[in-house]
Ligand binder design. Structure first.
Ligand code: VTB
Length: 329
């Protein structure tokens, strides 16, 4: 772990911490208008359009490092797209305008609009492939859990450090057939599992407040872009995370190499995925453990956003009331 990097001095203009709230608020409201309609693509597109429009109003020279996809497959907010007014500081951007498109389409918990900004050159350029991940909240000794240790050993270590039996630990895992083995291993070790349909950025953030969410550890394979965003969040709020790209075909090897990955088996620490000064914001689209979803009221629209910064570790919850007359354009 690169401690010096992790504790890098504030570089980003602190105003950005508030500016990025507008970006996720707009994306969340746009997605929420299509919440529960069963149309994932429409909700995602609305969030992408809104996020891009608002990002392009920010006084930054931003480059999307983690976005909607690689250039040939995503027309907007693709990896490498330049965003912002073109004046101001250079920043790397990781975004997911609608994390949990299926959750949003079904109006189930924990769908978010998410963005992270970091000083230029400090976000891992990850292709849109899978990543094996492990994450826990703050307050534990460094290296307490490890991606290469067995689930049983990780759960035992975590339970001991928390001062509870393994039976009182809950792991969050994406509900996917690929996780059959790990689910079996966690259950044999005696821990409980919160199976989630989607949304592993939220799943990882939830480990930072187990008293509210009931989740102590995140385990399993999800999207690599979501891994980088989760690492950015943990850098700000505190916690530990490791990830390893799942590169199991030549095609993925090529895509990873094209993005600068040379060691295909590398185990990335949180700081390898998001270093330097990072700001992170997430606005709730649907109701969740940490954030309420967008509310459309009489004459007003309410949003709830979590925004935080790595250099100061300030964590803010911003509840905003927007006039319903605001066209959000
Ligand atoms: C996860 C989850 C996302 O992708 O990363 C997942 O957090 C991984 O991909 O919300 P699979 O769905 O193929 O398992 C999402 O579900 C977004 O698609």
């Amino acid at each position: 772990m690169n401690k010096a990097k992790a504790e890098a001095k504030p570089v980003l203009d602190r105003i950005l911490t508030l500016e990025i709230v507008r970006v996720t608020e707009r994306a969340a409201v746009a997605a929420a208008r299509l919440r529960g309609r069963g149309d994932e693509n429409a909700a995602d597109q609305a969030a992408v359009d809104a996020m891009r429009r608002e990002l392009n109003r920010l006084p930054i020279r931003g480059v999307v490092r983690i976005g909607e996809g690689e250039r040939d497959e995503a027309p907007m907010l693709y990896i490498g797209e330049e965003v912002g007014t073109g004046e101001g500081m250079e920043v790397d951007i990781a975004l997911d305008p609608l994390e949990g498109t299926t959750i949003c389409a079904k109006d189930q918990p924990n769908s978010l609009a998410v963005i992270a900004m970091a000083e230029a050159g400090s976000l891992l350029n990850a292709p849109d492939i899978y990543m094996d991940k492990i994450g826990i909240g703050g307050g534990y000794p460094p290296g307490l859990v490890d991606l290469d240790a067995s689930p049983a050993d990780n759960l035992k270590a975590l339970a001991k450090a928390k001062g509870v039996p393994v039976g009182e630990i809950t792991a969050c895992i994406l509900d996917r057939p690929r996780h059959a083995t790990i689910i079996e291993q966690v259950r044999s070790a005696g821990a409980g599992i919160r199976l989630i349909g989607d949304g592993d950025i939220a799943g990882i953030i939830h480990t930072t407040t187990p008293e509210e969410t009931g989740i102590d550890i995140y385990l399993g394979i999800g999207g690599a872009p979501e891994g980088v965003l989760a690492a950015a969040a943990l850098r700000c709020i505190g916690g530990q995370m490791q990830g390893r790209l799942v590169i199991d075909t030549d095609e993925k090897r090529k895509r990873a190499a094209a993005m600068g990955v040379s060691d295909f088996d590398r185990k990335y620490d949180m700081e390898d995925m998001a270093s330097g000064d990072v700001v992170f914001a997430a606005t709730g689209v649907t109701d969740g453990n940490l954030l309420s979803g967008v509310r459309f009221g009489k004459g007003e629209i309410t949003t709830e956003t979590l925004v935080m910064r790595s250099s100061t570790h300030t964590v803010r919850w911003i509840k905003a009331k927007h006039s319903a007359l605001d066209k959000f354009e």
